[in-house]
Design a protein around this ligand. Structure first.
Ligand code: HEM
Length: 182
């Protein structure tokens, strides 16, 4: 819930925010591309395992973050035009939807295609779903589009944060950085 007596997010909320941002970026960089045979070839094992493990970590972190957010206090939006508050809420809502949707489409797509999840340290999570290869391939393709979309949206969110700091000179960016509550 919003609380006008605080100016910063709590330390756990900040840690979850920045860790998620870093993991999404590295997962994006290691996104496996190409044909299904190439993606699941032995030569691509290391990159794919890293990508899938980071993606599963993102899903876990976002679930924790949503739970934490339900009980945590967060600073109020700064005063400003209504469109700006609305735009911030829409982008943040879409980011949460993508943080859930990107890993979930990947996991469903891979399982429906008949692949286990292949995580680091040789951990395999076999599919609990009946195979439906063509549907899985479509969902895996949607995953790659959503994976690109989350980076664009996170880019817009970053620019907005920098705009708050350098143009509007309010405390929005600082509220997500370590420091004492003013
Ligand atoms: C937030 C987390 C994730 C992000 C940002 C992300 C991003 C991406 C991107 C951008 C691609 C396309 C790469 C390219 O075309 O060069 C991709 C492909 C892929 N990702 Fe993810 N991903 C995430 C989580 C996951 C998870 C949890 C899995 C586990 C199954 C996974 C498995 C795959 C697979 C198998 C492909 C290849 C899909 C295909 O073309 O059939 N990803 N990912």
């Amino acid at each position: 819930m919003e609380d006008k007596t605080i100016t910063r997010y709590s330390v756990p909320a900040q840690l979850l925010h920045w860790l998620t941002a870093i993991l999404v970026l590295v997962a994006f960089i290691y996104g496996p591309g190409g044909s299904e045979a190439r993606i699941y070839s032995a030569a691509r094992d290391a990159d794919r395992q890293l990508h899938e493990t980071l993606g599963v970590c993102v899903l876990t972190l976002v679930a924790l973050r949503i739970l934490w957010r339900a009980f945590d206090k967060r600073p109020e939006h700064p005063p400003g035009p209504r469109w700006m508050t609305l735009a911030a809420s829409v982008v943040q809502g879409a980011l949460y939807a993508l943080l859930l949707g990107v890993p979930l489409t990947a996991i469903c797509g891979a399982w429906l295609e008949g692949h286990s999840l292949t995580l680091l340290a040789g951990v395999l999570v076999p599919s609990p779903l009946p195979a439906s290869h063509d549907l899985g391939a479509v969902i895996a393709e949607i995953h790659t589009w959503l994976g690109d979309a989350i980076l664009w949206l996170a880019g817009a969110h970053t620019l907005a944060g920098l705009g708050h700091h350098y143009v509007l000179k309010d405390g929005v960016l600082r509220s997500m950085l370590p420091g004492r509550d003013a």
